[in-house]
Design a protein around this ligand. Structure first.
Ligand code: PLP
Length: 396
């Protein structure tokens, strides 16, 4: 039997060992990491709302109601704030109802394992988030993965594997490590043709992309045709938790069947109030201005990286990967960038396929233009230096 220490040694040898880095100074665009001041370029707090006065005030005020909810939703843990936030989210998304979950991870595992079961079918993009994969495994349904955004492959799976039970097509709206957007129109067309349900995980899209911030389904023009629109409140919304926007019937079903909803203490008042303030903000002219700022920052940053000859892997959003390749090399570049005052995480397997390790840069609305220009220049310089070293290594 292999010991835990041996397993950890193996991870070290493969360059896959993970450690925690503590961030000091609050969630702002400049943070302190390992005693160094650094520009934060790896947070999902895309609009800067985690540090917004309106959210912090709302959270402080609601803390007067108690720090914990004390129970799960079906016992005594449903407070007025849960109902208010659910109603606000449903109004924002234009669905009959919305249901809160304690996190995106809990939402995906709970929803998927409730909606399909043994004998049913799940069709999932190969690059979907780990929590979708875990939900699929938990459900015991037949689980098929199609190559990333490959609609021909999805069509083939529907024709060959659809069966007579329920069939769920599930996809990230914005892919978390690539920053591209799922072809939702084609997915919805195929689903309607084959009588399948569609679930979109818009953890990185909701609040952030689309004219009114309603995410990838808005961009693709299919808001009314996605059965389960899941989104998270801890990223663009700057708070914590998750929701699904769906029909009243579907939400009622999930209240009765989703185990992560039923068997877990509900979100506490301060978090709910912050989320409510965040939805208000996202759905206001200030939200639109923040999205515009973010989009302008993204264009600038990408243009500078492209000019330097770096590969941003087809990103269409504020998630901007920079391709590196090997795990060791990626982590070394990340360390060198921190030395230069830039906090960017390297991403390795199992989060991404082997050989496609990358720096995952995320742009925020609160970054200044000059900061992004400087960041792109540093990334180009450090990546260029590694490339030079690799070339001379190969020749020597
Ligand atoms: C972050 C993320 C989740 C998990 O959401 P949490 O609220 O952080 O648990 C789920 N899906 C995707 C695509 C994500 O990026």
């Amino acid at each position: 039997m292999r010991s835990f220490a041996e397993e950890l040694d193996e991870l070290r040898a493969e360059g896959l060992y993970r450690t925690l880095r503590t961030v000091g100074g609050g969630q702002r665009s400049w943070v302190e990491v390992e005693g160094k001041r650094a520009l934060l370029l790896c947070s999902n707090n895309y609009l800067g709302l985690a540090d917004h006065p309106a959210l912090k005030e709302a959270a402080s005020e609601a803390a007067a109601l108690g720090t914990g909810s004390g129970a799960s939703r079906l016992v005594s843990g449903t407070m007025e704030l849960h109902e208010k936030l659910e109603a606000r989210l449903a109004a924002f998304k234009g669905t009959e109802r919305a249901l809160l979950f304690n996190s995106g991870y809990a939402a995906n595992t709970g929803i998927i394992s409730a909606v399909v079961g043994r004998g049913d079918v799940i069709l999932s993009d190969r690059l979907n988030h780990a929590s979708i994969v875990d939900g699929a495994l938990l459900s015991r349904a037949n689980f098929f993965r199609y190559p990333h955004r490959d609609m021909e492959a999805l069509g083939r799976l529907l024709r060959e594997k659809r069966g007579n039970g329920r069939c769920l097509i599930v996809t990230d709206g914005v892919f978390s490590m690539d920053g591209d957007i799922a072809p939702l129109k084609e997915i919805v067309n195929l689903a309607e043709e084959h009588g399948a349900l569609v679930m979109v995980d818009d953890a990185h899209g909701c609040g952030v992309i689309g004219e009114s911030g309603r995410g990838s389904a808005e961009i693709c023009g299919v808001l009314e045709r996605v059965h389960l629109q899941m989104g998270t409140l801890g990223k663009g919304f700057g708070s914590y938790g998750a929701y699904v926007a769906a029909s009243a019937e579907m939400c009622e079903y999930l209240v009765n069947r989703a185990r992560s909803f039923i068997f877990s203490t509900s979100l506490p008042p301060a978090v709910l109030a912050a989320s409510l303030a965040a939805v208000e903000l996202v759905d206001s002219p200030e939200g639109a201005r923040l999205r515009e700022r973010l989009a302008a920052n993204v264009s600038l940053f990408k243009a500078r990286l492209a000019e330097a000859g770096l590969d941003t892997m087809g990103s269409e959003t504020q998630i901007v990967p920079v391709f590196v390749g090997g795990a060791e090399e990626t982590m070394q570049i990340s360390r060198e960038l921190l030395e230069e005052g830039l906090f960017v995480q390297g991403i390795r397997p199992p989060t991404v396929p082997a050989g496609s390790c990358r720096l995952r840069c995320t742009v925020m609305a609160t970054h200044a233009e000059a900061e992004l220009i400087d960041a792109a220049e540093k990334i180009a310089r450090v990546c260029g230096r590694r490339m030079e070293r690799r070339k001379s290594g190969e020749m020597g």
